[in-house]
Ligand binder design. Structure first.
Ligand SMILES: C[S@@+](CC[C@H](N)C(=O)[O-])C[C@H]1O[C@@H](n2cnc3c(N)ncnc32)[C@H](O)[C@@H]1O
Length: 215
């Protein structure tokens, strides 16, 4: 069953310390997480000096990729519900000596996007949030001309055998994934709220990348 907000928070409090390591373990089954992240950031088409909001930034696994695009003159605003995940993100920011990252600990459903942001990114998060449609709609309203919203997340493939889907759900259950989350389709909200969209799948259709452009 889909978890409530406090359950998600408790789960990620427990996972925070070993999150980066455990996320990398999925490579053992051919899940090329870093490649999917790179593709998402690439499709945001960010430029030096851009402002990017990352929804559910967790420990900041996307920050290096984003920094390469926006440079020190750009700005990252990372929003996450779980204090311990953000502590890990804060350590990363400190280690790297980045001065252009703002971390906000709150439910993304309550976050007020600053106006004129150039990109919004969310990786492996939005399906966990029942209010994703509103986040996508308000995010879109905050984007500057040519701004983009990229979602990378898990989904249930249309034609996968049940055993394979059940296996994937089991493997990702430690991160709060359950089969009923398959009813949530954030990519449809991207299609609803953006005039221009792009969609790509990876890993037998279990992973999708959906990008909306303001135009
Ligand atoms: C699977 S992790 C993904 C972290 C990061 N985006 C990544 O790709 O590694 C899910 C993250 O979503 C955050 N999260 C879940 N529900 C949230 C909400 N309602 N608002 C903000 N963050 C949330 C969790 O705290 C956790 O850090």
């Amino acid at each position: 069953m889909a978890m409530k907000k406090h359950e998600v928070q408790n789960l990620y409090r427990k996972r925070a310390g070993l999150y980066d390591l455990s996320a990398n373990l999925y490579y053992l089954i051919g899940f090329r997480e870093q490649h999917y992240r790179q593709r998402a950031v690439e499709l945001l088409r960010l430029k030096k000096g851009d402002v990017i909001v990352e929804i559910g930034c967790g420990t900041g696994l996307n920050f290096s990729l984003l920094q390469r695009r926006i440079g020190p003159e750009g700005r990252i605003i990372g929003v996450d519900l779980t204090d311990r995940m953000l502590e890990q993100a804060r350590r990363r920011v400190f280690r790297q000596g980045w001065n252009n990252v703002e971390l906000v600990c709150m439910d993304a459903a309550r976050f007020v996007f600053p106006s004129g942001v150039n990109g919004i990114l969310s990786t492996f998060v939005l399906t966990l949030m029942p209010g994703f449609d509103r986040i996508i709609r308000t995010g879109r309203a905050s984007l500057a001309p040519e701004g983009r919203f990229a979602i990378l997340d898990l989904k249930k493939p249309e034609n996968a055998p049940l055993w394979l889907t059940s296996l994937m759900v089991r493997l990702t259950a430690p991160f709060g994934v359950s089969l009923d989350l398959a009813e949530r389709h954030p990519w449809e909200s991207i299609e609803k709220h953006f005039p221009g969209t792009f969609y790509e799948e990876f890993f037998f259709g279990f992973v999708y990348l959906s990008v909306g452009e303001v135009g």
